[in-house]
Design a protein around this ligand. Structure first.
Ligand SMILES: Nc1ncnc2c1ncn2[C@@H]1O[C@H](COP(=O)(O)OP(=O)(O)OP(=O)(O)O)[C@@H](O)[C@H]1O
Ligand SMILES: [Mg+2]
Length: 431
């Protein structure tokens, strides 16, 4: 191994796995920082490509930071990066300690803690939903009677991700239960929830995300992604499509908000994923910003649609080298997430798309016999597939057709312990 050593803050998950493979393919020595339990769960392929690992308690960021920094110094690590939402703050801290390209550790909390984010974005003049914090039910009641909040409002955990514990509440009773659900969210590495609950004014409109890469403080927006999101109390993304061509004036306004948001949360080197809602008048509201590459196969969409190798770009930026960010293709790509319309036990699945021309990626992750849920959080997705092509309308139509062909049978529990198997379509929620 002759290349530099790179350290990934946790290497689990599809995006991190792709990054680890891309680094190993370039001859870099790939190291991972994770928890003992996390390492035990790594697959054989991932373990096989690691040059080393530091096992630490990622729920104790201060101590983890010291242990990771010491390990990185010992192993001559030349780049530290993460695609894990929960570790972006730690990544900024470790990069700063080691003098490597990274984000501003003094501001990195604002890309993770949604209360700090709301303050930082509003302070920088970014249009964001009016946001209040409630520490208990008494405060919650007071916050809900604030006329700037109103109903519907959005109740969410301060440090959550993947839509866990996020509820669009339409009334007082629902709001109290939603606050309990938000408090119960622990995140990936913590063992207890946060007593604080965020209450936000509801932003109506169409949801997009902006995928950007920043190097030395200069930002390139790679694409605008349009989301498919479930309606109702729990909003779960069921699909992403890119690149979305917004009218130029709206695109410029969206990019301008995102540029300010990126600076406000201290992003200097690396990817960001900013979720926005554009209302009927074309006004853009920033819902949240993450100091990492988007999840949900958006990295693959960027690769298939625009010919961008985001993994190579991220590695180069973390190493302080020039990154190639100019599209080399002019296509279109979409991902559909397959979900179950009802809770129960998965009895069977058929009609899954086959990988082939125009369908470069198919993944099914739900086990037969295992539980399925109505989509309430991203973790309820059963699988996903990507469709690509040159014509956006054709790609969307093909993806919808393929989604309709996927059939699952869900075993529903009945009274007296018996069960009943009912057919269901994985497209029922997504359409
Ligand atoms: N203020 C808001 N107004 C309207 N919709 C909202 C608002 N806040 C959140 N949502 C909806 O709820 C979804 C999840 O909220 P949010 O993105 O804050 O949570 P998250 O846990 O970070 O989710 P993810 O990790 O999937 O992005 C959003 O994608 C959006 O559809
Ligand atoms: Mg979000």
């Amino acid at each position: 191994m002759t290349g530099p050593a790179v350290l990934l803050l946790d290497a689990a998950g599809p995006e991190s796995g792709a990054l680890a493979k891309a680094a190993a393919a370039r001859g870099y020595a790939v190291h991972a920082a994770t928890t003992p339990g996390g390492y035990a769960a790594y697959g054989r392929e991932l373990k096989g490509l690691l040059a080393g690992q530091v096992l630490t308690d990622l729920g104790q960021p201060e101590r983890a930071g010291e242990e990771i920094t010491a390990y990185a110094r010992r192993r001559g690590v030349g780049a530290v990066l993460t695609v894990n939402e929960y570790l972006t703050e730690l990544a900024a801290l470790v990069c700063a300690e080691l003098g490597l390209p990274g984000n501003d550790p003094a501001r990195s909390r604002a890309a993770r803690d949604k209360a700090a984010m709301a303050r930082a974005l509003a302070g920088a003049g970014v249009r964001t939903p009016y946001t209040r914090l409630a520490y208990d039910d008494v405060q919650l009641e007071a916050v809900l009677s604030d006329s700037q909040v109103g109903f519907p409002c959005v109740i969410k955990p301060v440090g959550g991700a993947g839509s866990a514990g996020v509820t669009v509440a339409t009334g007082q009773a629902e709001a109290a239960a939603a606050a309990d659900a938000a408090r119960a969210v622990t995140g990936m590495y913590a063992s207890v929830g946060d007593p604080r609950v965020l209450v936000q004014a509801y932003a109506a409109g169409t949801e997009y995300s902006v995928e950007s890469i920043t190097q030395d403080g200069a930002t390139t927006h790679l694409a605008v992604t349009e989301k498919r999101v479930t309606g109702g109390a729990h909003r779960v993304e069921t699909g992403h499509s890119l690149p979305t061509r917004l009218p130029p004036a709206i695109e410029a306004a969206v990019y301008q908000e995102v540029d300010v948001a990126i600076r406000a949360v201290g992003i200097r080197h690396g990817a960001s994923h900013t979720e926005v809602i554009v209302d009927a008048d074309g006004r853009c509201t920033v819902i949240e910003i993450a100091a990492r590459l988007a999840a949900g196969q958006i990295g693959l969409l960027l690769q298939y649609a625009l010919g961008l190798d985001v993994w190579a770009a991220l590695l180069n930026i973390a190493l302080g080298r020039p990154a190639a960010l100019t599209p080399t293709a002019d296509g279109y790509a979409t991902v559909r997430f397959m979900t179950s319309p009802r809770a129960g036990r998965l009895a069977s699945v058929c009609g899954l798309p086959k990988q082939g021309p125009g369908v470069p990626f198919v993944r099914w992750r739900a086990a037969i016999g295992g539980p399925v849920h109505e989509p309430g959080v991203n973790a309820h997705r059963l699988g996903s597939f990507v469709v690509t092509g040159t014509d956006a309308a054709e790609v969307e139509e093909r993806a919808d057709t393929l989604l309709r062909q996927v059939r699952i049978h869900v075993e529903l529990p009945c009274e007296g312990g018996a069960s009943q198997v009912r057919p269901a379509s994985t497209s029922a929620i997504a359409l």
